[in-house]
Design a binder for this molecule. Sequence first.
Ligand SMILES: [Zn+2]
Ligand SMILES: [Zn+2]
Ligand SMILES: [Zn+2]
Length: 265
Amino acid sequence: MELVVLGSGDTVGVPKIGCSCPTCTIAKEKGIPDARTRFSIMLRDIEAGFNMLIDTSPDMRLQLIREGVERVSAVLYTHHHWDHVLGFNDFYRVQAVITVFGLKETVDYVLDRVGFGNLVKAKRKYIQPFESVKYKSVEFTAFPVYHPHLNDGLNIQPVGYMFRLEGAKLVVTGDTGISIPEESLNLIHEPDVLIADAFISYPKHFLDHHMTVEEAVRLAEQLEARKTILVHLTHANPPHAELQKRVDPTADKIIVGYDTLKLKI
Ligand SMILES: [Zn+2]
Ligand SMILES: [Zn+2]
Ligand SMILES: [Zn+2]
């Protein structure tokens, strides 16, 4: 199985519209790894013709074209925020049916409120937190995280996912602050690969709904992750190479995620 970072950016992407900060300027000049589309991860087994998306970014169309993906087997949703779901409509006239996993409130929100008149038929697969689910060769479990909402009046629980892939343990935190519930922390301990929300890299003073880079690194240490990939990065971080040098110059344990990053699992 191969893991592909389709989108490593935050809600607005990098470069941000109208911004000329050093990170956005480099992103405009050089593209990847400094340019970041909105968050999405893909798990794929090319030989088996299988691939699964974690979230459908507003940039999904370009991400799938970039990676040569013709058909998506299934989607897993972490939560209902628009930077994680809006790409769903890009399945229109691309594939007739798509299998969608997530908590009931999240799946119903995406398909009933975001879906374009139900033109894309979805097989709704409701799952519960801590329930182990098997789909083809992948086994996964959703776990609650801490990601308070933007006064949207909805009370929908965001989740991360723990995967078992041919003996390897992969954890995707999704959007979360550092206050991940204890029961979730127990489930995701000692992952082979941790994909962690790492929004911004200066000391926290206003942020509790995402982790800072420093908090994500601390979480990786606490969980004893063998390898960690930082994602959901904003333009307020230093340019890619500088951030990588700061967190782990060898990129052996902590990798600053970037669009197109691939890892065999
Ligand atoms: Zn997000
Ligand atoms: Zn900027
Ligand atoms: Zn969010």
